[in-house]
Write a protein that binds this ligand. Sequence first.
Ligand code: NI
Ligand code: MN
Length: 227
Amino acid sequence: MSVKVTSHGHATFSLDVNGTKIVIDPFFDGNPAATVSAADVEADYILITHGHGDHIADALPIAQRTGAKIISNFEIGNWFIGQGYENVHQQHIGGGFQHEFGHVKLTIAFHGSALPDGSNGGMPNGFLLTVDGKKVYIAGDTAVFSDMALIGAGGLDLAILPIGDNFTMGPDDAIMAINFLKPKAVIPCHYNTWPPIAVDVDAWKAKAEAETEANIVTLSSEQVHDL
Ligand code: NI
Ligand code: MN
């Protein structure tokens, strides 16, 4: 029984849950922080937080090659169906579903969600996953919000949070988010990919560990964290 979390750079992660491969926000080929190409990615499921290009970029080709099931909101699911890809499970904010690998609930996020072709991607979301008895919150691109306290109320083993500022919450707001969520561990993301989201992550880790109870785990591309 194991859950392994691999960073692929920016906000792209994969979870290996007892051998099932779950890819979150696949952005490989145009991702300056990625070291793996989309053609080499294995996936059984692909989870999409919102329609922006740095989150959905390689989802369709990976899905077409692997046959992975896409889990997303209703509008993004319809976009995939419109592209001819039917293996889609549509959920929406506040709704949970027991998939074979674990439970997936969509959470609120404050951001945009237009797709690269201008289609309406609905509301952006985060994911609260319960996999192999572990609770993992993936915030997606979002501002901090005080209802993060509700998301963390059942206990969190891990939170994956953006810290890069400019497009999402920045370093200080991410510390506020950790204090609302109260996770055991935090993996920061969505920083240092491009100059507008540059962060001194070692300084941030020291500050976050001083001001919260969480263990901060920084992963470079292809590094793995065992839950
Ligand atoms: Ni975005
Ligand atoms: Mn983004």
